[in-house]
Write a protein that binds this ligand. Structure first.
Ligand SMILES: *[C@@H]1O[C@H](CO)[C@@H](O)[C@H](O)[C@H]1NC(C)=O
Ligand SMILES: *[C@@H]1O[C@H](CO)[C@@H](O)[C@H](O)[C@H]1NC(C)=O
Length: 346
């Protein structure tokens, strides 16, 4: 036990991003996943990933190699969809969640120069369990870069008033929150009866959740929380004007917590990773809707294989050659600044 505590102490004093000396976080990839054995097992027990997307093999060695493929030296691992909610909302899910966070923290201790993580949380409808895990991450473990959450829980979007206590808790820790798309309850479940949801439905889920977080007032009420949207914001850059424009209609503005000017500013103030989202249409849209300082590297390993990661990165490099405002050194600095701002307080 003493040894473990010593390890943690050592890790948190020397290696955590908040410690000034060692964290280079070069081109930190904030959208990259781990599939710990306990999670793979939970998926199996549940009959597989309900998104229709096959679950790939994962390893920490593969993770490090994948980072190198895009010139990154640091990955902030998270648990992809469906995450802990696959185990329901009871004690089994809470136990799984804790095991995943300990596993991820162990990885950061073993690979301090290369690996950080977004803490896993239970299904937010388990409000007490979610708050307890946030407290564990920030008050006890103190190793996570931030937390991961999903675009919906059952039929609730993350800005639903049901979740107010969770947002208050995240605000109290000034958390960095990574929003990953979740499986959508849409009908038919799959386009053409076969297309996995990540292709088209996930970007829509991100847009729905992002607009919800702004219109519900969550973003206004959590000024110290920064939120990263996946995949260049899904379709948000494309539809942002449609969303804030709706607030010029009095009957709609009447129901919204924010006016259109505030909505524009809050959309711009999200952070956006470019995982598998580097087409000129997506990157131009992104730059028209946020500041270059809010753009982050992402790859989606291992759900994206090395071929896909390399071709997406080539697209990004082509674009960045003509848009130095989001060249690799800029993305590198963006992540470093963001991660250091939210480093857990020891
Ligand atoms: C984490 O590391 C500790 C210390 O090495 C070990 O005892 C424990 O089994 C590990 N837990 C997980 C979930 O990997
Ligand atoms: C919203 O609209 C309702 C009904 O039209 C009205 O009674 C109410 O005062 C309006 N609220 C605001 C904040 O404008």
């Amino acid at each position: 036990m003493f040894f473990i505590q010593f390890l943690f102490l050592f890790a948190s004093t020397v290696f955590l991003p908040g410690a000034t000396s060692t964290f280079s976080g070069h081109l930190a990839d904030t959208h990259i996943h781990a599939i710990p054995p306990a999670y793979a097992n939970a998926l199996d027990v549940a009959g597989g990933d309900p998104s229709g997307y096959p679950t790939p093999a994962w390893s920490i060695e593969g993770t490090i190699e994948s980072l190198a493929l895009v010139g990154s030296s640091y990955g902030v691992l998270s648990i992809s969809t469906p995450g802990v909610p696959i185990a329901g909302v009871g004690q089994t899910a809470r136990d799984l969640c804790r095991e995943l966070n300990i596993y991820l923290a162990n990885l950061t201790s073993s690979y301090p120069e290369n690996i950080g993580f977004f803490g896993a949380l239970p299904d937010w409808r388990d409000i007490d369990g979610t708050i307890a895990e946030i407290d564990f991450l920030y008050s006890t473990q103190k190793q996570a870069i931030g937390i991961g959450f999903y675009t919906s829980y059952g039929d609730l979007l993350p800005g639903d008033p049901t979740f107010k206590a969770i947002w208050d808790k995240l605000e109290s820790y000034k958390a960095l929150a990574f929003l990953h798309p979740g499986v959508m309850d849409v009908y038919p479940r799959f386009i053409g009866d076969f297309l996995p949801q990540p292709i088209i439905d996930y970007p829509q889920a991100t847009t729905r959740a992002a607009v919800d977080l702004v219109f519900s007032g969550v973003v206004s009420n959590t000024p110290n929380v920064d939120i990263i949207l996946s995949h260049a914001g899904g379709t948000l850059p494309y539809f942002a004007e449609r969303a804030w424009g709706s607030l010029l209609i009095p009957s709609i503005e009447n129901r919204s917590a924010v006016d259109s000017a505030t909505a524009i500013a809050q959309f711009r103030n999200f952070y956006y990773d470019i995982a598998l989202s580097a087409s000129p249409t997506q990157l131009n849209g992104l730059l028209q809707n946020t500041n270059p300082s809010h753009v982050l590297m992402g790859t989606d390993y291992p759900y994206a294989d090395s071929t896909l990661i390399a071709s997406s990165n080539d697209e990004y490099l082509d674009f960045a050659a003509a848009h130095p405002e989001i060249a690799a050194p800029v993305l590198s600095k963006n992540a470093k600044v963001l991660i250091e701002r939210h480093a857990p307080i020891n």
